[in-house]
Ligand binder design. Sequence first.
Ligand code: CTP
Length: 419
Amino acid sequence: MTRVVLGVTGGIAAYKAVEILRLLRESDHDVTVVPTAAALRFVGEPTWSALSGRPVATDVWSDPQAVSHVAIGKEADLVLIAPATADFLARAAHGIASDLLTNVLLTATCPVLIAPAMHTEMWQHPATQANVRLLRERGAIVLEPAVGRLTGADSGPGRLPEPVAIVETAREALRAQQRPAGYQGGRGGRSEQDLLGKRVLISVGGTREPWDDVRFLGNRSSGLQGFALARSALVRGAQVDLVIADVDAQVPAGCWSVRASSAEELRETMHATIAERNPDIVVMAAAVADFRPIPDPRGKISKESLDTDAPELHLERTTDILAELVDKRGSLPSPVIVGFAAEAPEAHESLEQRAVAKLMRKGCDYLVANEVTGGAVFGESSTSVLIVDHEGVRAHLTGVDKAAVGHALWDTIAGHRPR
Ligand code: CTP
């Protein structure tokens, strides 16, 4: 059983940490809650104790023979702080050990995941931003707050991300310490912050191509793979930006994101986001339509307006965004560009041949090829992929979860050669 320390600091979002605790316990983690004195003004000790099934450590002076200010941190597999206030970030960044939680932070050697929540002004203040930078430089995973309604009538960046999304990232931070079974590439063992200081842009989900005002052509992409890539990059220290098309899955906590629906919108949004945010790595994980209906000017097409029971749908090609990003990157600050492919090889060819041919055609640096024969992959949590670059196959994964694909990709890009 993994041991998680849940640090709760004194913000109104402390009530959401109750749900985080419940979700962690439901997935069988052993959780020690360390609330600050201010957090206890929002949610009392009995709640934390009842839901964690453990005594709650609240200050350095209680139970001194257990030396809990050292033991709790040293024994943890993950320290998760949610919500983290501006005051906590400042104390943590400067190594001030003024209460039990900041003591725990100084003794922990495991990954530290911090989910800040505060008013927009406090989040954007240069002091807070400098503290976040410092914490990230030292290897803490600091999630970007969500954008939305804050405590009062105001809204903006500063909301605590959804508890379920925070817990997903926490699980990934725990899992990243151990490479999953079936993964034969890269390093084993503890995760490293090898994407620290890197900005990764990922397109996710399936595009919807409007036919008339109410109908569209879509595809079966769930967004699971793109979001798993995002979480695996986050726990390795990257800042992750997402361009999100149609998805079923829960958007990961801690990413900057923007929505785009059709292939053309996604294309424009990718170019604009690259120009604005200057990513180091761009991953086209979205399932972009290759064809779109020629737009119908009639609004909603009614059956009466058609003079046939078998109307024809006229399609036109969309722009190949991946190939265009590669073409235009001379004028960009040259990010590494990664494509995805869903391949159904014919009997006479292998997945590798198809993957290498597509890599050459698109001109990208890496291609992650899924075999989709028989409709596999879409909406499934496990997958089998090949990662190729211009030297050939760099990783081969069979029956792994989608986060493992992310780790293999980041390993490959970071130059950790598969065996
Ligand atoms: N892609 C893109 N723009 C498109 C279509 C696809 O950027 N209009 C990207 C996808 O995001 C993915 C890669 O291209 O990274 C592979 O897409 P896929 O449709 O499998 O490749 P194609 O060669 O376009 O299609 P097919 O093999 O079906 O001919």
